[in-house]
Design a protein around this ligand. Structure first.
Ligand SMILES: Nc1ncnc2c1ncn2[C@@H]1O[C@H](COP(=O)(O)OP(=O)(O)OP(=O)(O)O)[C@@H](O)[C@H]1O
Ligand SMILES: [Mg+2]
Length: 235
């Protein structure tokens, strides 16, 4: 039984339909990437799962309960964390205050992520805990946003294009941190345009194009099919 199972998801903005029957599944402990070009429907898929954009058809099962149609705060409370592309930190609060605001015990089980544990994963963040979030660089904000989501002890996190807009060296640093997060056993669904970033991190990948899943396989399989990369991922 997957931790998250999405089936036949259809989402529209007003008259304009953008998801046409998305189906995907993520098992506990897996890192799964949703790869696709600009405008393919990655953010809409993650927003639909979170209930931020209400889908008009399909089902979203999380921990064996139907969550389609649930309000975003209920989805979060059920154990799904979301890191938006724009991070959505409280800019006027310090990093430490952002963490405090997000702190929540793990559902049922013992708390896994404490501040110390999160800072072990993101050691650089220790150096700017007292800085206002609005004063951080793009890469720092990304790390703080992920760390903050972990403070809520989610069973699974959705990461929307974490490498977007970051300089190559910063992307590499972030990739290292996310590899450590994966090694900790955290379940992750990550959307990406950066093929290398996604395939180094993910156990499995889906390719989305024009609101439909076109490919489902391992990074290794995808590497053996340059024509798929050409067709669905190159700009
Ligand atoms: N709020 C909105 N209202 C209307 N149309 C939207 C809205 N958000 C996205 N769209 C449209 O839905 C389609 C999918 O967009 P989405 O943001 O999900 O793609 P994406 O894969 O996340 O792209 P990107 O890589 O640029 O983030 C695009 O055609 C986009 O123009
Ligand atoms: Mg997007």
């Amino acid at each position: 039984m997957p931790l998250l199972e999405v089936a036949g998801l259809e989402t529209a903005y007003g008259e304009s339909q953008v998801l046409f029957g998305i189906s995907l599944a993520v098992d506990a402990g897996e890192v799964v990437a949703l790869l696709g070009r600009n405008g393919a429907g990655k953010t809409t898929t993650l927003s639909s799962i979170m209930g931020l954009v209400p889908p008009r058809a399909g089902s979203i099962r999380f921990k064996d309960a139907e969550i389609r149609g649930a309000e975003p705060f209920r989805v979060a409370r059920a154990g799904l964390g979301f890191v938006a592309e724009d991070c959505r930190l409280f800019g006027g609060l310090t990093v430490a205050e952002n963490f405090e605001a997000a702190r929540a015990p793990a559902r049922g089980g013992p708390t896994r992520w404490t501040l110390d544990h999160v800072l072990e994963l993101f050691p650089d963040v220790r150096g700017f805990l007292d800085r206002r979030a609005s004063a951080l660089s793009g890469g720092q904000q990304r790390m703080v946003a992920i760390a903050r989501t972990l403070m809520g002890n989610p069973d699974m996190i959705l990461l929307d294009e974490p490498s977007e807009g970051l300089a190559p060296l910063v992307v590499d640093a972030l990739l290292k941190r996310l590899m450590a997060l994966k090694a900790s056993g955290q379940t992750v669904l990550i959307s990406e345009q950066n093929l290398r970033f996604a395939t180094e991190l993910a156990d499995r990948v889906y390719i989305i194009e024009k609101g439909e899943i076109r490919y489902d396989g391992t990074p290794r399989d995808l590497a053996a099919h340059p024509e798929l990369r050409q067709k669905y991922l190159m700009v």
